[in-house]
Design a protein around this ligand. Structure first.
Ligand code: FAD
Length: 398
C-alpha cells in the first residue's frame, strides 16, 4: 500500500482515532472549545443534582448565557443570530449533549424549532418582534406539535384555530412540549380551514396555560409541559404567513433532527470516556478490567460506532452547509446515531458494573436521557419508514 512520500504518521489519538479533527476549520475548533468549556463550568458541576431533583434551576440564566455564546438560533442569519455554519452548530450540539441531553434540548427547541419556524415562515414584523430577544435568551420559545392522542401522526391533530372577524381563536392541547412552562412564545401548530397553520402565541395570552409534566425518568433536567389552549384569542398577525400544511412543522423538525445527529454522539462520547477511564483504573482478578479481551472488545466496538457517528454527522453538516441535505439523509443520521449512542451508553453501563447505575457517573443519566431522544423528533420506526419509503417507493405509514 503506497502512502506517497515517506513521512511519520501522526500519533494515534484515543479521543480522535479517525483524525476527524483534521476536517474541522480553526473556527469550528474554536466554537467547540468555547461550548465545551461553558458546559464544563456551568453544567457538569451541577447536572447530577439537577437530574436527581428533576429540575433545571436557573434555566433563564442558562438561556441568557447560551445566548451570549451565540448558541441560540446559531445557524440562522440576521436578527442577532450568530450565522454559524451547520457544522459549527452541530459541534455545539455535541458538546452540550455531552453534558446533558436536557441542555441540548433547550437549545434545539429554542433555535431549531421555535426560532427556525419564525425565521423561515414568519413575517418581517414577527421576526423583528421575537427573534432578537430569543437569540439573547431573554425570551424562551417552545414548539407545540405533539398532542395527547397524536404523536407520530400529527396530521390527525385536533387543536384547531377558527377565524372570528380578523382574529383567530385557538383551542386544543399539546403534550410533551419542551420548554413549555418557561416559554414567552409558543409556536403552536393547529388545524384551520386552510390546512395546518403555525401561530406565534405569546404565552401571557388569556386562555393559554402550560402545566409542567412531572414524574419523568428521562430528560429530568429539562422542562417538559402540556400546553392548554382554551379559546385563546389571537390577532390576525399571529399566524406564520409562510407555512400552510404539515411541511411547515416537518421542515423545522428536520433542522432539529440534524442537531440530534451530532448531539447523540456527545452523550455517547461522555459514556465512552467514562467507560475508558473506569476500565483502565478498576482492577479485578489482579489487573485493570480494560486488560481483559471482553472489555477491550466492548471498548473497540463503542469507539467504532462513536467515531463513525461523528463522521456521519460531519458529512451531513457539510451537505447542509452546501444546501444539498435531504430529509431522508437526516432520518438516516438520526436513526443511526441515536440508536448507536444508546447502545454505547448501555455498554458503558456494563463496564462500570454497579457504579454504572450511580449518578456519581454520567452513564445511566445519558442512557435514560437517550430513551427520550430515541422517541422525540420522530421515533426509530418513523425514520425506518421514511427510509423504507425512499428505498422502495412504497409508503408503509398507514
Ligand atoms: C422528553 C420529551 C420532549 C418532547 N418535546 C417535544 C416538543 O418540544 N414538541 C413536540 O411537539 N413534541 C415533543 N415531544 C413528543 C415527541 O415528539 C413524541 O413523543 C413522538 O413524536 C412520538 O409520539 P408518541 O409519544 O405519541 O408515540 P406514538 O406516535 O403513539 O408511537 C408509539 C409507538 O408506536 C410506533 N408507531 C406509530 N405509528 C407507527 C407506524 N405507522 N408503524 C410502525 N410503528 C408505529 C412508534 O414508532 C412508537 O414506537 C417530546 C417527547 C419527549 C419524551
Amino acid at each position: 500500500m503506497s502512502q506517497g512520500p515517506t513521512r511519520s504518521l501522526p500519533p494515534f489519538d484515543p479521543a480522535d482515532p479517525l483524525g476527524i479533527d483534521d476536517l474541522l476549520t480553526p473556527e469550528d475548533l474554536a466554537v467547540r472549545t468555547t461550548v465545551r468549556q461553558w458546559a464544563a463550568d456551568r453544567v457538569l458541576p451541577h447536572i447530577a443534582d439537577w437530574y436527581e431533583r428533576g429540575e433545571l434551576p436557573g434555566i433563564r440564566e442558562l438561556a441568557r448565557e447560551l445566548g451570549s455564546l451565540g448558541a441560540l438560533g446559531m445557524s440562522l442569519t440576521g436578527y442577532g443570530c450568530a450565522g454559524a455554519s451547520a457544522v459549527q452548530y452541530g459541534l455545539a450540539c455535541l458538546e452540550l449533549e455531552a453534558a446533558d441531553s436536557g441542555i441540548r434540548s433547550l437549545v434545539s427547541v429554542q433555535g431549531s424549532l421555535a426560532m427556525y419556524a419564525i425565521h423561515r415562515f414568519g413575517s418581517e414584523e414577527q421576526k423583528e418582534r421575537w427573534l432578537p430577544r430569543m437569540a439573547t435568551g431573554e425570551i424562551i420559545g417552545c414548539f407545540g406539535l405533539t398532542e395527547p392522542d397524536h404523536g407520530s401522526d400529527p396530521a390527525a391533530m385536533r387543536t384547531h384555530a377558527k377565524r372570528d372577524g380578523s382574529d383567530w381563536v385557538l383551542t386544543g392541547r399539546k403534550m410533551w412540549i419542551t420548554n413549555g412552562s418557561v416559554a414567552g412564545v409558543a409556536v403552536v401548530w393547529a388545524r384551520t380551514d386552510e390546512g395546518i397553520r403555525g401561530f406565534a402565541v405569546p404565552t401571557d395570552t388569556p386562555g393559554f396555560s402550560a402545566p409542567e409534566i412531572r414524574h419523568k425518568w428521562s430528560l429530568r433536567a429539562s422542562v417538559t409541559s402540556e400546553l392548554v389552549m382554551d379559546e385563546v384569542r389571537l390577532p390576525a398577525d399571529a399566524v406564520l404567513p409562510g407555512a400552510t400544511g404539515l411541511r411547515g412543522p416537518l421542515s423545522c423538525l428536520s433542522h432539529a433532527r440534524y442537531g440530534i445527529v451530532w448531539g447523540a454522539m456527545g452523550a455517547a462520547r461522555a459514556c465512552f470516556d467514562a467507560a475508558l477511564a473506569y476500565a483502565t483504573s478498576r482492577e479485578q482478578f489482579g489487573r485493570p478490567i480494560g486488560g481483559f479481551q471482553l472489555t477491550q472488545a466492548k471498548l473497540a466496538d463503542m469507539a467504532v460506532e462513536l467515531h463513525k457517528g461523528v463522521l456521519l454527522a460531519h458529512h451531513l453538516g457539510l451537505r447542509m452547509d452546501a444546501g444539498t441535505l435531504r430529509p431522508e439523509q437526516v432520518s438516516l443520521g438520526k436513526l443511526n446515531n441515536v440508536r448507536e449512542a444508546i447502545e454505547i451508553c448501555r455498554t458503558a453501563r456494563t463496564i462500570l458494573g454497579a457504579n454504572g447505575i450511580s449518578l456519581e457517573y454520567p452513564v445511566m443519566r445519558h442512557a435514560t436521557n437517550l430513551e427520550s431522544v430515541l422517541t422525540y423528533e420522530g421515533t426509530v420506526e418513523m425514520h425506518q419508514l421514511v427510509l423504507g419509503k425512499a428505498l422502495t417507493g412504497l409508503d408503509a405509514f398507514r
